[in-house]
Design a protein around this ligand. Structure first.
Ligand SMILES: C[S@@+](CC[C@H](N)C(=O)[O-])C[C@H]1O[C@@H](n2cnc3c(N)ncnc32)[C@H](O)[C@@H]1O
Length: 199
């Protein structure tokens, strides 16, 4: 299998995995997800309870990126790999009606779910796009804060994703990211195996 084919296959497996997290979160057995996981990661329980349940049931983050810095009314936030939109909804409330939140995710059903969640929560200043982290759906120097939660580890082309983040951030803008990392070395063979990425 060529590098391009293995890359496409890994991408497809990641997408299938998160389709399941969007459509059938109760079936997830391997990683902690949902509102209990969010509570354990330090999210404010009152803020979580104030959201419609579908907005928290597919939460698959590994930390709390919004806790890493303050947001101000009027700011523009971009969430890379927004999933079902929990961080976007919380950010949208913080930046208020003069601010804007853009969620981007490569899994279509996650994007649909995030849109429905924003509508159910009565949030009008968040928009969601089907997009890959390698091609962010915003202009140069237009974003005050980029957030990402549990996504960077899934991106094969990390240099390109970081270049995109640098492109979209305004001067003085910030990146607040939560992710997981391995402490041991990974062989090229492991990198090429779909299971290492998607299971
Ligand atoms: C672990 S989930 C986290 C979702 C969300 N950030 C949260 O905290 O619930 C990873 C998400 O990243 C998305 N994703 C993975 N690779 C991506 C990429 N290259 N570009 C855009 N989204 C990606 C998946 O579709 C999935 O929704």
């Amino acid at each position: 299998m060529s590098l391009g084919e293995s890359s496409d296959r890994i991408r497809q497996m990641i997408e299938e995995r998160f389709e399941k997290v969007a459509l059938d979160p109760a079936s997830e057995r391997k990683f902690p997800i949902g509102p209990e996981s969010a509570r354990r990661l330090g999210y404010d329980p009152d803020e979580l309870d104030a959201l419609p349940p579908p907005a928290t049931e597919s939460f698959a983050g590994v930390g709390n990126p919004l806790a890493l810095g303050e947001l101000r009314p009027g700011q523009v936030v971009l969430d890379i790999g927004c999933g079902a939109g929990l961080d976007c909804l919380l950010a949208a409330r913080r930046v208020g009606p003069s601010g804007r939140v853009i969620g981007a995710d490569m899994t279509g059903v996650m994007v649909d779910k995030a849109r429905a969640n924003a509508q159910a929560a009565g949030i009008g200043n968040a928009e969601f796009h089907l997009a890959d982290a390698r091609e962010l759906p915003v202009g140069d120097a237009t974003v005050d804060l980029v957030i990402s939660n549990g996504v960077f580890n899934l991106c094969r082309d990390k240099t390109r994703v970081l270049a995109e983040i640098v492109r979209v951030l305004r001067p003085g803008g910030r990146l607040q990211m939560a992710d997981i990392l391995l402490r041991e070395d990974v062989t090229p063979e492991q990198v090429a195996q779909k299971g290492e990425w998607s299971d």
